[in-house]
Design a protein around this ligand. Sequence first.
Ligand code: FEO
Length: 166
Amino acid sequence: MKINKKVEEVLNKQVNAEFWSAYLYLSMAAWSESRGFKGFANWMRVQFHEETSHALKIYEYIISRSGEVKLKPIEPVDTSWESLLHMLEETYKHECKVTEMINNCYEVALAEKDYATTTMLQWFIEEQIEEESNALEIIDVLKVTGEKSGGIFYLDKKLGKRTLND
Ligand code: FEO
């Protein structure tokens, strides 16, 4: 059965939001790199790739349901932050917003009785738990280490080891 139009619309918005997220994290990667925090930059680059794959997952789903993908312009993102902690707090806030958007997609699909889409979105609902907790974990450490202690170099080194499969 061809995808419902309301569901198609909300999923297209989600594709845009995931690409916007990718753009945001790439900007955070560049900012971290420019300040010498290569580990943070790596973590953000992995995040960028993850977001791109989220966008493509929904893109492919719309196509598999004979829907129409409508790519819209990507709005500008911030290019600097007050501190690493501020950047991670913005990451966490953003992920909470994405969680709300995914929940909204789910609600629309459910209201339209599009059960195939609710099943597809289940993966995203679980993913968002991880997305939020990943950011919170770094925030907790940053609050203890601050930006100038030796602890920050240890954290940077640790974040530098993140790969796409983590
Ligand atoms: Fe695709 Fe970070 O949510």
